[in-house]
Design a protein. Structure first.
Length: 323
């Protein structure tokens, strides 16, 4: 299997993405930026919306509370999740479409973290973790305001230890979460412990990062010691594992399509597929990842790039990456 990385745009903006909250829409859609909280002042006064080429589209005056996360739905509405437990939807032109509490329980306990996801069918949603380590999922954010459904998944066996990392397993919208050295799948009814058979030296080292493929059938895990595992989401089959020989923090990890994944570290970008082969690139400033159904979009301070599988008829004409 062959892959390539191509530059789609040299971006026309002058932005440092390391200092911004970033939301990249799938299918080559828009990019939203909000300046992060600084020691000398508050958040930026506006959420800025750009095209994939870095050209300005619109801005949203930001007068809300602390923003935990934002993401795009399939209607290209920007969904913003606030710490107070509110979700707000804005059009690509910066117009507020609605604002509402995620749920009464989320509003009561407030939001600690959130993650957005998209499915192979094109729908998208988000999940939030509250300050008491409970998880709630909204499967489809394209519904009208009063028709949005919120699902609470089962509680963790211990509610006193903060999870190391977590992610959403589509299409069931269950939560895969790591707590200390243990791994659980939280569905609507119970917390199901998962056993991951690995060859790593120290099984007690906790998982530090989780990535789930767009179709929900594959999972990648990285532990704090730099051990990498990739396989099926039921953990019955290990497709790849290796020691990265580095304890550097993984800044981001996402799947491209369903058969390779990308890790971003401070000084390198690491591409790994199912099999023994891998490749790496020099790191880029402000690097952000967006999974796609046919690859992965990589946006940095200066470029918008795309990594994807190369069909056999194109192989003689390009410089290739074997992963």
């Amino acid at each position: 299997i062959f892959y390539r990385k191509t530059v789609h745009y040299h971006l026309s903006w002058d932005k440092n993405l390391d200092q911004c909250s970033v939301a990249i829409a799938p299918y080559g859609g828009p990019i939203a930026l909000l300046q992060k909280l600084s020691k000398s002042g508050g958040d930026s006064k506006s959420i800025l919306i750009y095209s994939q080429a870095g050209n300005p589209i619109s801005s949203i005056p930001w007068e809300g509370g602390r923003l935990i996360g934002m993401g795009w739905n399939s209607n290209e509405d920007l969904i913003c999740i606030l710490e107070e437990g509110t979700m707000a939807a804005y059009s690509i032109n910066g117009l507020l479409k609605y604002s509402r509490p995620v749920s009464r329980e989320v509003r009561e306990h407030r939001v600690l973290d959130c993650k957005f996801f998209h499915t192979m069918e094109g729908s998208g949603g988000f999940a939030v973790m509250t300050n008491c380590y409970q998880f709630f999922v909204v499967a489809d954010t394209c519904r009208p305001r009063d028709e949005i459904r919120v699902k609470k998944v089962a509680d963790l066996p211990s509610m006193t230890v903060r999870p190391n990392c977590w992610n959403v397993l589509t299409p069931q919208c269950n939560i895969l979460v790591s707590v200390e050295e243990k791994l659980y799948i939280l569905d609507q009814y119970e917390a199901i412990p998962q056993s991951v058979l690995t060859s790593k030296k120290d099984p007690s080292v906790y998982w530090a990062e989780i990535a789930v493929s767009v179709d929900g059938k594959a999972v990648a895990l990285v532990d704090k010691g730099g051990y990498l595992w990739g396989g099926t989401s039921d953990f019955k089959t290990c497709e790849t594992e290796m020691d990265l020989q580095s304890t550097a923090k993984v800044l981001a990890m996402e799947w491209g399509a369903k058969d390779f994944f990308v890790l971003v570290m401070e000084k390198l970008i690491f591409v790994k597929g199912f099999g023994k082969h891998w490749c790496k690139y020099p790191g880029k400033l402000g690097c952000c990842l967006q999974p796609e159904v046919d690859g992965l979009r990589l946006v940095s301070n200066t470029t918008s790039e795309f990594i994807h599988r190369v069909t056999s008829m194109l192989i003689p004409h390009y410089t290739l990456i074997i992963v």
